[in-house]
Design a protein around this ligand. Structure first.
Ligand SMILES: [Zn+2]
Length: 260
């Protein structure tokens, strides 16, 4: 599936059981990057189909379904591997360490690195302000968010709050097709939220047709995703914690999802 954003093409395709692979191609310079490397064979096949070489790997975090193809792709293409400083040598073959606040350039497009610790301690997202797109890895999913493997609820809530502050029409590429399971959980919270009901119905219909539900729009997530609404008094009330702080509400919702 291809999306075009001014001079960037994003090619999205399934990898492994429920990951997405993403190729970014700059039509001005001919440069190509991949965000994460879930499966080097699928990525190489897609590059061949498109007639593109691979210049850059951008890693969001160290998990194997995001970095497992790094070394094979580097060996084949000689590409540069850019990944979070805080994840040290857990990013295989990393050439360049990045951290929150860093500014990169891909082709002629500026890229802002935003640290979003919580799922892992060094997780970063890549925001392309000129194109209005962001690659959010396992920080945010459609109607969901990443599990807290290395962070606590307060840290993840802060990370999601920063993501939430991006412009409403930002297009978000998340790394997994988890939307239907997330929708079932979000509906189980018993919220009176018509945006959520409508989104869930659209997700179930798309999955019945075997269509991807990624990418997503930040504005749509802000309206419907309970993990972006932990400061909504209606959510706090729905889970029986009417006076809890947003980070506590977030933590309770995340814990319920873990058990769902
Ligand atoms: Zn992960």
């Amino acid at each position: 599936m291809e999306c075009r954003f001014s001079s960037l093409i994003v090619d999205q395709f399934p990898c492994l059981s429920d990951n997405y692979g993403f190729l970014l191609h700059d039509t001005r310079t001919g440069l190509t990057a991949t965000v994460d490397t879930p499966q080097h064979t699928a990525i190489t096949e897609r590059l061949t189909e498109r007639g593109w070489s691979l210049d850059i790997i951008l890693n969001t975090h160290w998990h194997f379904d995001h970095t497992g193809g790094n070394l094979a792709l580097k060996k084949h293409f000689g590409c540069e591997i850019i990944g979070p400083e805080a994840e040290g040598d857990r990013i295989p073959g990393r050439d360049r360490a990045i951290k929150d606040g860093d500014r990169l350039t891909f082709g002629e497009s500026p890229v802002e690195v935003i640290g979003t610790p919580g799922h892992t301690k060094g997780h970063v997202i890549f925001y392309f302000p000129e194109e209005g797109i962001a690659f959010v890895g396992d920080t945010l999913f459609s109607l969901g968010c990443g599990r807290l493997f290395e962070g606590d609820p307060a840290q993840m809530w802060q990370s999601l709050s920063r993501l939430r502050a991006l412009p409403e029409d930002t297009v978000l590429f998340c790394a997994h097709e988890y939307s239907a399971a997330n929708a079932r959980f979000a509906l189980s919270l018993g919220l009176d939220n018509s945006a959520l009901t409508a989104r869930a119905a659209a997700i179930f219909a798309a999955r019945d047709r075997d269509e991807p539900t990624v990418p997503i729009k930040l504005g749509d997530e802000k309206a419907a995703n309970p993990f972006l609404r932990a400061d909504d008094p209606a959510l706090a009330a729905a889970i029986g914690c009417p006076n809890a702080a947003p980070a506590e509400v977030f933590g309770e919702v995340r814990a319920r999802k873990d058990r769902f």
